[in-house]
Design a protein around this ligand. Structure first.
Ligand code: SF4
Length: 451
C-alpha cells in the first residue's frame, strides 16, 4: 500500500482540522513534530508549502465533510504547495482515496499520521513500507502546537476502543484499547502546567476504560488523583465516559474532593432495553436509571452531558418514547443527538427493520425541542448568580452579536466548542484569565454575563 508519493523540503505548514477533540489532539501532535523538525506554522494557507487536512469518518456526515474539505483545499492549492490528508477517513478507505484524489501528495492513516514530519523531512521512496510508528510511551509536549486557545489543552489518556458497539466503526479504525502509562500521562500534565494551561480536557474513545488493558489494579480514579496532584489548580474536565464502566459514587467523590469539575459527559445512546441490547452497549435501562438517579439526587450543581442516537434499526415508537421519558426524568444539561447512519462493516449495518429517514429526522427534532426547554430551565437556575468564568475569546468588532458584548467565556458547566458559551459584557478581561461575573440572562444554550 502506498501512503506516500513525494518528498517535501522543510518549509511552512497550515492545518485544516475536522472532527472531534480526539482528532484535534492527534493533529496537535503531528503539528508539534513538524515544528520540532524546523517547520514553521503560518496563519494564511496560501503561504504554506504544506497543507494538511485531518479527516473524520465517525458517521457518513463526517465523511462527507472530510471529502468536501479535501476537494476544497485540493482545488485551491497552488502547484508549489503539497497536500497531506491524514486520519480516520484514510484508515477507513484503506487506499481507495489515492486514486480518487491524485492532487493529494501524501495519505497517512491514524496509525501513521504522526510520522508526517519524518516523511516530510527525509524524503521517502515511492514504495516505502513503513512500520507502525505509533509509540505508546511517546510524548514531549515541549513546543507542542495546540489548536485550542492557549489556556486549554486536550489530554488523551488512551487510544482505540474495545467496546465494539454494534454501530461503531471506531474499533476497526483506531484499534483496540491502548491505555497510556501513568508516567507518560503525568509527564504531559507537568508540561501543560509549565505552559500555563488553565483547563485540561481529558479524552479517549472511552475514558472510563483507562487501565483495563494494563497489569495491576490502578483505575481511572487513581489516575485522576495523580493527575490532580500534578495539575494543581488547573480545571480537569472528564469527557466520554461509558456508562457501563463508571461508578457514580466514586465519580461524585472526585467532584467533591475537587479533583474534577462537576461536569460529566456520559454518552448513553439510548434508554430502551431492546435498543441497548441491539447496540451491544453492555447495560440496560434500569442500570441507567440507577446511576443517573444517584448522580442527580446527590449533587445539585453537577452538570450532565449525554449523547443519544435515534433511528437505530428496529427502534419502535415505544422505544423512542422511553428515551424521551428518560431525558425528561434526568434533565441532562446538554444533549447531543445523532440520527443512525449505517457504517459498512459494522453489525448494525446488516440489521433489518430500518427506520425511515423522515421518521429519524422527526425523532431527532422532537428531542432537540425537548432539550431546548430543559437546557434553558437548567441554565435559568444560574440567573443572578456570580460565577467563575474563563475568558476564551475577544470578539472582533464586526462579529459582535450585540454592541455591549466584547467576549466569550465559559463557566465549568460548558465544555469548549461542544456546549454553549457565556457572552461577556462590562469590564474587559484578557483571554485565558479567570474572572467572576454575574449572570444577567440566559437563552436555551448560553449565558449573558456582566463583569
Ligand atoms: S464506546 Fe462504542 S461508540 Fe464509543 S468508540 Fe467505543 S465502540 Fe465506538
Amino acid at each position: 500500500m502506498k501512503n506516500y508519493r513525494k518528498a517535501y523540503t522543510a518549509g511552512t505548514f497550515f492545518f485544516f482540522n475536522l472532527g472531534c477533540p480526539k482528532n484535534i489532539e492527534d493533529a496537535e501532535r503531528v503539528a508539534s513534530r513538524l515544528k520540532e523538525r524546523g517547520w514553521e506554522e503560518v496563519s494564511d494557507p496560501s503561504h504554506a508549502s504544506l497543507l494538511v487536512v485531518t479527516t473524520c469518518a465517525f458517521i457518513p456526515e463526517a465523511e462527507e465533510q472530510s471529502v468536501e474539505e479535501i476537494i476544497r483545499v485540493a482545488s485551491a492549492k497552488e502547484k508549489w504547495q503539497k497536500l497531506a490528508v491524514l486520519g480516520c477517513l484514510v484508515s477507513k478507505e484503506d487506499g481507495a482515496l489515492y486514486d480518487l484524489f491524485p492532487e493529494v501528495d501524501c495519505f497517512l492513516d491514524v496509525e501513521h499520521m504522526k510520522s508526517l514530519a519524518d516523511r516530510a523531512e527525509i524524503g521517502c521512496e515511492e514504495d516505502l513500507e513503513f512500520d507502525p510508528l505509533w509509540v505508546r510511551e511517546r510524548l514531549a509536549v515541549d513546543g507542542r502546537r495546540l489548536f485550542t486557545p492557549p489556556h486549554l489543552a486536550y489530554l488523551k489518556i488512551a487510544r482505540g476502543c474495545s467496546n465494539h458497539c454494534s454501530y461503531c466503526i471506531i474499533p476497526s479504525l483506531r484499534g483496540e484499547l491502548r491505555s497510556r502509562s501513568p508516567e507518560s500521562v503525568l509527564r504531559e500534565v507537568e508540561e501543560l502546567a509549565r505552559l500555563g494551561i488553565k483547563e485540561i480536557v481529558i479524552i479517549a474513545q472511552d475514558s472510563s476504560s483507562w487501565g483495563f488493558d494494563r497489569e495491576g489494579d490502578e483505575n481511572l480514579t487513581g489516575l485522576l488523583k495523580r493527575i490532580k496532584d500534578v495539575a494543581g489548580d488547573i480545571w480537569l474536565r472528564l469527557m466520554y465516559l461509558h456508562p457501563a464502566h463508571i461508578d457514580p459514587v466514586e465519580l461524585l467523590h472526585l467532584v467533591d474532593e475537587g479533583v474534577i469539575l462537576p461536569y460529566l459527559d456520559i454518552p448513553v445512546q439510548h434508554a430502551s432495553d431492546f435498543i441497548l441490547r441491539r447496540m451491544d452497549r453492555g447495560y440496560g435501562s434500569e442500570y441507567l436509571k440507577r446511576i443517573f438517579g444517584i448522580m442527580r439526587s446527590e449533587h445539585e450543581s453537577l452538570v450532565l452531558r449525554t449523547t443519544v442516537m435515534v433511528g437505530f434499526p428496529g427502534e419502535r415508537e415505544e422505544d423512542f418514547l422511553e428515551l424521551i421519558g428518560f431525558l425528561e426524568r434526568f434533565e441532562f444539561d446538554h444533549v447531543g443527538v445523532f440520527e443512525f447512519a449505517a457504517m459498512p462493516g459494522t453489525k448494525a449495518a446488516d440489521m433489518e427493520s430500518a427506520v425511515k429517514v423522515e421518521e429519524s429526522r422527526f425523532r431527532k427534532d422532537e428531542i432537540l425541542d425537548l432539550q431546548m426547554d430543559i437546557s434553558q430551565s437548567r441554565l435559568s437556575r444560574l440567573q443572578n448568580r456570580r460565577l467563575e468564568l474563563v475568558v476564551d475569546e475577544v470578539i472582533p468588532p464586526e462579529m459582535k452579536p450585540a454592541d455591549s458584548i466584547w467576549g466569550i467565556g465559559r463557566y465549568y458547566g460548558q465544555c469548549y466548542e461542544i456546549d454553549g458559551v457565556a457572552y461577556l459584557s462590562g469590564n474587559k478581561a484578557e483571554v485565558g484569565s479567570s474572572i467572576y461575573s454575574t449572570v444577567k440572562s440566559v437563552d436555551a444554550y448560553n449565558l449573558f454575563c456582566e463583569l
